[in-house]
Design a protein around this ligand. Structure first.
Ligand code: A3P
Length: 320
């Protein structure tokens, strides 16, 4: 896989060198490609987007999860995996359920990761294949759009995304870098400079197509999912083509899935172990709360982000 990655990085080297760049959060630079900022020489990167656009082939039955980083990706990965596979595993078993012995990011991979594998794990998987991506709608590979594959999108209020990202990036940044201050993170975020940002453009892109195409795109918010988890999980199951039967509802399977994928359950299961490159599993679980930004943003920062959000989301029915 390493050799394959190097080949792909090398293939796009000249194209990447031509792109506008900005300071990165945990990498030296971010590069602007098709209107969005990307890392380079990483798995989630401008090179992976280019390679996906050239070589990734969707299947008509695929279901994709798309997110801006730190918007609830891990939670939704868990829920989608748990729903589709609910008859295959014991949803209560701490010792055997893949989500409790592994990590949601292993159970439901990013296409940005798959593209580097010499033998992608999911090529022969039973349908529906599940994938996640941080790519913007405009950058999705043509085959996903041509087949009209189902897409689940989750977004989260920008202030909590900023705080979550700040904490995450500081944990995974190279030790040779200076620690990033929150002021600096705020500056970059407000300018739209973050992995797969601008945040607002990413959300707007998917929101627009979800209105045009509600049967293909389910648009969710972290806040709604937190407030009314069971109802949204049922909606998600319907959308994914695996609705709960009356019998399942009566047996409490909805609650079983909700509990299996809860912050408490997954953060406990991910206390130990590492993902690739030594990133501890636990970095994907911090607080899991709505509105935690209040402890980190000054009134002035909050006001500025409110203004940007109001201007960017003006006339759109996006509420958190
Ligand atoms: P905080 O940093 O605010 O706690 P992503 O998965 O897109 O990277 O987003 C990470 C955020 O989702 C983190 O937010 C993390 O704690 C939260 N999270 C992870 N798993 C969750 C779960 N099962 N339920 C609710 N929130 C979860």
């Amino acid at each position: 896989e390493r050799a394959n990655m190097d080949l792909i990085f090398y293939k796009y080297k000249d194209r990447v060198a031509m792109l506008p760049k900005e300071k990165g959060w945990s990498t030296k630079n971010l590069y602007l490609y098709q209107g969005f900022w990307h890392q380079s020489m990483r798995k989630v990167s401008v090179e992976s987007v280019m390679a996906i656009q050239e070589t990734f082939r969707a299947h008509p039955t695929d279901i994709y999860l798309a997110t801006v980083p730190k918007s609830g990706t891990t939670w939704l990965k868990a829920l989608m995996f748990a729903l589709v596979n609910r008859n295959q595993y014991n949803n209560n078993s701490v010792s055997t359920h893949p989500l409790l012995v592994s990590n949601p990011h292993i159970c439901l991979p990013y296409i940005e990761f798959e593209i580097f594998k010499t033998t992608p794990t999911y090529v022969d998987a039973h349908s529906p294949r599940l994938f996640a991506t941080h790519m913007s709608y405009t950058s999705l590979p043509q085959s996903i759009l041509d087949y009209g594959c189902r897409l689940v999108y989750i977004c989260r209020n920008p202030k909590d995304v900023l705080v979550s990202l700040f904490n995450f990036e500081n944990k995974r940044r190279d030790k040779s870098f200076d620690i990033m201050t929150f002021d600096e993170a705020f500056e970059l975020f407000s300018k739209g400079v973050m992995v797969n940002g601008p945040y607002w453009d990413h959300v707007k892109g998917y929101h627009k197509v979800s209105l045009e195409n509600p049967e293909n795109i389910l648009f969710l918010t972290y806040e709604d999912l937190t407030r009314d988890t069971a109802n949204y999980v049922k909606q998600l199951a319907n959308f994914m083509g695996c609705p709960f039967t009356e019998e399942e509802e009566a047996k409490g399977v909805v609650q079983e899935i909700v509990s299996l994928c809860s912050f408490e359950s997954l953060s406990e299961a991910n206390k130990h172990g590492n993902l690739a490159k030594g990133l501890p599993n636990e970095v994907f679980f911090r607080e899991g709360k709505v509105g935690g930004w209040i402890n980190h943003l000054t009134d002035e920062m909050s006001r500025i982000l409110d203004e940007i959000t109001e201007e960017k989301f003006h006339g759109l029915n996006i509420t958190f």
